[in-house]
Design a protein around this ligand. Structure first.
Ligand SMILES: *[C@@H]1O[C@H](CO)[C@@H](O)[C@H](O)[C@H]1NC(C)=O
Ligand SMILES: *[C@@H]1O[C@H](CO)[C@@H](O)[C@H](O)[C@H]1NC(C)=O
Ligand SMILES: *[C@@H]1O[C@H](CO)[C@@H](O)[C@H](O)[C@H]1NC(C)=O
Ligand SMILES: *[C@@H]1O[C@H](CO)[C@@H](O)[C@H](O)[C@H]1NC(C)=O
Length: 381
């Protein structure tokens, strides 16, 4: 089974990296602010009541900073173009602009020691993340100085840029109370048609095609937004973070009623060989389990509906989450994808020692009925 992650790993690892991509990230000698030559991305972020200090709101903010390297995009595109042509017979030459847009972040060089300073609307002081390491910085920042301790709805934040830099990168903060419901959903083949099991179709869906939702799922999520009273939606995918702009556009438009932060894998161009090994040794299970731990750390008092599919490791990951966290997981819904391993043996192993009432395996013709499941009332199917 090929996952999106190992597909990209394959593609990137096969491209002549000495030509196309830098081997090491850049580490300036001193800390510095984001400047006009840098690319900065602040991911949409969840905000939560600090479990250790109730009444204080935290926002878990993650940022990426890289140097813009326009000269890398050409070699990257021609490498990928040649590889896809040779291995899959896929010709992307007529779509290079679009492929270039989708892969643009792969052509940035991660930068260390960069300070990212943000303002969140309605909150007094600017906050600064710890300096980037390998291009990334992540920290819980306090929103204690905000006018309303816990903002009721999504609020916009801005990255503070240096003088003369007219760009104004923004991000959305999604606050949610300590109780109530949440939804953790996979993206590929759960809410978006990605063809994870078919390399050619996966490459097309990821690089070229306009993204298409799994039929009926936007309506199901919209109805959950209502029946679960604005649950915190969090999308977790093992795709590399470089695909974030593409996936975020898709979720925030097609799934506007169930918009939320997207957690993606921290794949840096410096650790491709590690990632190859990691992916081959069930890295997706470990990564997704770690993301569920991360969500549990923020919202230990919520109940989550987990939504995934049978192409990768969602059944195994969600089964483990229920064994570990009990009623923190209200239900696990798994879409049975044609061609995936949908055997009783697989699901029995994945959900061993798990209350069967929490598990709902569904086929595509059962998707519309999901909207009628009374999850708030304790039902899973
Ligand atoms: C992302 O990966 C880089 C390089 O391996 C590492 O330095 C950094 O700490 C990681 N960041 C996060 C948020 O995991
Ligand atoms: C946020 O950034 C996007 C992309 O750069 C831009 O299109 C949008 O207008 C910005 N929104 C606000 C409210 O500044
Ligand atoms: C942020 O806070 C949560 C909840 O207390 C905790 O689980 C997590 O480890 C913290 N993350 C960081 C990066 O400090
Ligand atoms: C399906 O998964 C089960 C349990 O992991 C495994 O024993 C079986 O060999 C798999 N079948 C196929 C066709 O991959």
């Amino acid at each position: 089974m090929r996952s999106a992650l190992s597909f990209f790993t394959l593609v990137l690892a096969s491209v002549d990296l000495s030509l196309a991509l830098p081997r090491a990230y850049q580490q300036p000698s001193r800390r510095s602010s984001v400047n006009i030559l840098d690319d900065v991305l602040v991911f949409d972020a969840p905000a939560f009541d600090d479990p250790a200090n109730p009444g204080n709101t935290l926002v878990q903010l993650q940022a990426y900073v890289g140097t813009r390297q326009i000269n890398l995009l050409g070699p990257l595109l021609s490498g990928i173009s040649g590889l896809l042509d040779k291995t899959l017979g896929l010709d992307i030459s007529k779509n290079l602009d679009r492929v270039g847009d989708r892969l643009a972040l792969f052509a940035t060089v991660p930068l260390g020691k960069k300070d990212v300073t943000v303002n969140v609307n309605g909150c007094g002081d600017a906050a600064t993340l710890p300096p980037t390491d390998g291009g990334m910085a992540i920290q819980n920042l306090t929103l204690g100085a905000c006018k309303n301790a816990v903002p009721a709805t999504a609020v916009l934040g801005n990255v503070k840029m240096t003088f003369l830099d007219s760009r104004s990168p923004n991000f959305t903060v999604f606050p949610s109370s300590a109780d109530g419901f949440g939804v953790i959903s996979d993206i590929d083949d759960t809410v978006k048609v990605s063809h994870s099991l078919d390399k050619l179709l996966l490459a097309k869906a990821t690089l070229i095609d306009t993204p298409v939702p799994v039929t009926g799922m936007p309506e199901v999520f919209k109805s959950l937004a209502k029946s679960l009273k604005s649950p915190q939606f969090i999308y977790v995918s093992a795709s590399p973070f470089q695909l974030y702009p593409f996936l975020r556009d898709f979720i925030s438009t097609t799934y506007a009623a169930s918009n939320g932060p997207i957690m993606l894998k921290n794949l840096t161009t410096t650790d491709i060989s590690d990632i190859v090994d990691f992916a081959q040794s069930n890295g997706i299970f470990e990564y997704k389990s770690a993301m569920i731990d991360r969500v549990h750390g923020m919202y230990p008092g919520k109940k989550f509906l987990l939504v995934g599919d049978s192409t990768q490791k969602d059944p195994e990951t969600y089964g483990e989450a229920i064994r570990k966290y009990g009623d923190f997981v209200a239900c696990a819904w798994i879409r049975k994808v044609d061609e995936a391993n949908n055997t009783d043996a697989r699901f029995a192993a994945a959900f061993k020692n798990v209350p069967q009432a929490k598990i709902h395996l569904y086929s595509d013709d059962e998707i519309p009925a999901l909207a009628k499941v009374d999850v708030a009332g304790g039902k899973c199917s």
